[in-house]
Design a protein around this ligand. Structure first.
Ligand SMILES: O=C(O)CCC(=O)C(=O)O
Length: 294
């Protein structure tokens, strides 16, 4: 725990606005997208303010509430009106963790979220960044972290996906700050390409928090020392768009009063999809694959 608190402090100290931040809802969209692509290429990520409108976020929360009412009413139907969405989620996690997971699994099928991931503005950015006419809209999910949830992820590159070329959109649906944690990245590391380290061939969640120490050790090597961690304070609707080889991780939510809701969308390059190139390849690239050879 002390290690995590130190990490949060360190990340805050290094939170200098050296990186490009682009405001989305202003004139000259073409220029904006050009700048987004430029920053993405240089740093491996770009922060786009206000990518989602307030109305879009409101709609997602309204759908999440409708969705969670179904399992919540199995505990007590009157709770659907009495409790907030956060309260329902925490209650479900405590009283029926299996049904809480079913709620989580169903989120990605909600039409409100699918509408966002296939919206013109988001697809246009993804295609321009990836320089492709067709992209595969991959697994999108809403990550939910409350104070005792163990799902925050030590730093990693995005492996185990459909394609070796992938662009991620990390979009908080609630404001994030020092307490509620969230995403941090190591700018520029996308240019390193695939970087193997002890345990990279195991999914982050399965490997456990020791993964962070291994990654920190990797970045103590003389040629990697220059890549420092960077935390961004994000508001609901902002987006961090980042490259799959950019080292990134999340910090736990220390805020007892609020649940962290973050929408994540992944876009894949069809040209870098091994499944399409060899009949023996599985749809998702195994973590154990040698990414240098793909
Ligand atoms: O939101 C999270 O905790 C994890 C996000 C992330 O790093 C990922 O999905 O790869």
């Amino acid at each position: 725990m002390i290690f995590i608190i130190k990490l949060v402090f360190f990340l805050y100290c290094s939170n200098i606005e050296r990186y490009n931040t682009i405001k989305f809802h202003t004139r000259d969209q073409k220029m904006k997208v050009k700048n987004i692509c430029k920053s993405f290429e240089k740093d491996g990520f770009v922060l786009v303010k206000n990518l989602l409108k307030k109305t879009e976020i409101k709609r997602v929360f309204s759908q999440l509430n409708d969705l969670i009412n179904v399992p919540t009413s199995t505990i007590d139907p009157s709770l659907t009106k009495k409790l907030t969405l956060d309260e329902k989620y925490v209650l479900l996690a405590r009283k029926n963790p299996k049904l809480k997971s079913h709620f989580y699994d169903m989120i990605k099928y909600m039409d409100g979220l699918q509408q966002i991931s296939t919206s013109k503005k988001i697809l246009n950015i993804a295609k321009k960044i990836m320089k492709e006419n067709v992209v595969a809209v991959g697994t999108s999910q809403v990550r939910i972290d409350h104070v005792s949830s163990p799902y925050w992820l030590p730093q990693h590159q995005e492996l185990g996906q459909m394609s070796t070329k992938c662009t991620l959109f990390y979009i908080p649906l609630t404001n994030l700050n020092k307490k509620s944690g969230g995403l941090y990245v190591r700018p520029g590391t996308h240019k390193l390409g695939f970087q193997p380290y002890k345990g990279h061939d195991v999914e982050g969640k399965a490997y456990g928090p020791d993964r962070q120490k291994i990654v920190d050790k990797l970045f103590k090597k003389p040629h990697l020392k220059k890549y420092k961690n960077h935390y961004m304070k994000l508001n609901a609707g902002d987006a961090v768009i980042f490259h799959n080889y950019l080292f990134h991780g999340t910090l736990p939510n220390f805020d007892k009063k609020s649940v962290r809701w973050v929408y994540i969308i992944r876009f894949y390059s069809i040209n870098k999809t091994p499944y399409l190139k060899n009949s023996k390849n599985p749809l998702s690239i195994p973590y154990t694959a040698n990414y240098h050879l793909l």
